[in-house]
Design a protein around this ligand. Structure first.
Ligand SMILES: [Zn+2]
Length: 71
């Protein structure tokens, strides 16, 4: 067995810099996790000049026809 105790490395929440909680890693709480998730969400849904957004959503809803795509 190679169970060596991990070096003491306290990870900090990227949002509020508090000590992280295992259940919410790499964050300290659900609140901070939600804040980070919200950032990602806003980024991926607020891309300027992305006219293909509707197109992509339709593909997903219709089950996606991959055969239609020629590259
Ligand atoms: Zn936090």
């Amino acid at each position: 067995m190679a169970l060596t105790p991990a070096p003491k490395a306290i990870r900090r929440c990227p949002i509020c810099k508090s000590e992280t909680v295992h259940a919410y890693q790499p964050f300290c709480s659900k609140r901070c996790a939600d804040i980070d998730l919200g950032k990602w969400f806003n980024n991926s849904y607020a891309i300027p000049g992305a006219p293909d957004d509707d197109e992509a959503e339709k593909l997903i809803e219709s089950g996606g026809d991959e055969d239609d795509r020629v590259s």
